[in-house]
Design a protein around this ligand. Structure first.
Ligand SMILES: C=CC1=C(C)c2cc3[nH]c(cc4nc(cc5[nH]c(cc1n2)c(C)c5CCC(=O)O)C(CCC(=O)O)=C4C)c(C)c3C=C
Ligand SMILES: [Fe+2]
Length: 323
């Protein structure tokens, strides 16, 4: 029997400073994330310098978006909900694993084997529509490392980035349509920013690794599916932590739009199917505030696809294409 593994980046175990610090340290000590630092210095820089400096601020952001009802980070909660629905829709054992922290990849393999003694194949579904070495590549590499760390009775297959897959485009369009139908001035598509150095490495390898190409394709195809005016679109990038990162910046653009008289804006992330810090904080709190406090009148945030039925249906089709 086959199993399915929903794979994402991860989130702190709790919103407490210590857990947030641990998570940031784990992420930034990854050579595919913090790649411009010599190997010998990366761990120290990540765990002893950046993580302690960043943790309090970051924890205060997590505090604002945390899912207190389920006592969980929204990213983890959304991923678990999605896995539950995929399992009941396909009848195949489905688990969640994170690149950093928990639930871990090895634990997820164990749970899949417990659910199914005759497991012969695991289809790994990285929840990254566009390729980046710091998201898709590092997550699939880690699954590979875990898989090779001990003998397994199953094989693994990976779903590729689905930036242009009709099922993803149509799910995104379905989530945006109720907002665009009511009229708007600008539709802002936000994506995670990346160091230009990462973008260039991907671009040189070709379109399968080219983040900016894939971002633009997602936006072009969604625009076509919705039948809306591409001139009212903006592509922006959030969460840059350096000067040589992809621009224009989300917050800066919101301020400029408001200052130049734009009244009604719709914003979403087409780079994260599951809501998380980058959508719930960067867009729904920071970008909203930048727009509204500079003269903008109406700001609408399109929630992520999360575990919406139309996305579950689309994702199951994407997964089925590997079977
Ligand atoms: C060099 C730094 C970083 C790069 C490059 C980067 C790329 C990148 N990240 C995601 C997805 C997620 N990142 C998340 C958290 C997070 N990411 C970084 C740094 C880089 N990310 C940090 C320091 C953190 C911790 C939070 C913070 O302090 O800002 C998360 C988790 C969000 C959550 O809700 O918990 C995700 C998901 C992608 C897709 C990506 C490249 C495209
Ligand atoms: Fe990140």
């Amino acid at each position: 029997m086959r199993g399915i593994l929903i794979l994402n980046t991860g989130s702190p175990k709790t919103k407490n400073r210590e857990d947030v610090k641990f998570f940031i340290g784990a992420m930034l000590s990854d050579p595919l994330v913090l790649s411009t630092v010599p190997n010998w210095f990366r761990d120290t820089l990540a765990k002893r310098i950046i993580a302690p400096l960043r943790a309090s601020n970051s924890a205060s952001h997590y505090e604002l978006i945390w899912d207190n009802e389920h006592n969980e980070s929204p990213l983890i909660y959304n991923s678990l909900q999605l896995a539950e629905k995929i399992e009941s829709s396909t009848g195949l054992p489905t688990e969640v694993a994170m690149r950093y922290g928990s639930p871990s990849i090895l634990d997820a393999f164990t749970r899949l084997k417990q659910k199914c003694a005759t497991l012969h194949e695991v289809i790994v579904v990285p929840m990254f529509p566009q390729y980046a070495q710091s998201s898709y590549q590092t997550a699939v590499d880690e699954v590979g490392r875990c898989f090779m760390s001990k003998p397994q009775s199953f094989r693994i297959k990976f779903i590729e980035p689905y930036f242009n897959k009709p099922e993803y485009i149509s799910a995104l369009a379905d989530s945006i349509r109720p907002f665009t139908e009511k009229g708007y001035d600008k539709l802002v598509f936000s994506f995670h920013s990346l160091p230009i150095a990462h973008v260039e490495i991907g671009w040189k390898k070709g379109k399968d690794f080219d983040y900016v190409f894939q971002v633009k394709e997602t936006v072009r195809l969604v625009t076509k599916e919705l039948g809306i005016d591409p001139k009212k679109n903006r592509i922006v990038y959030s969460s840059a932590i350096g000067r040589k990162w992809l621009k224009p910046d989300l917050e800066e653009t919101m301020k400029q739009l408001a200052e130049s008289g734009t009244k009604k804006v719709i914003a979403l992330t087409a780079g994260f199917p599951a809501d998380n810090l980058e959508s719930l904080y960067d867009i729904d709190i920071v970008a909203r505030e930048a727009f509204e406090s500079n003269g903008g009148k109406e700001f609408y945030f399109v929630p992520g696809l999360n575990a919406e039925d139309f996305w579950v249906e689309g994702l199951v089709k994407i997964i089925s294409s590997k079977i």
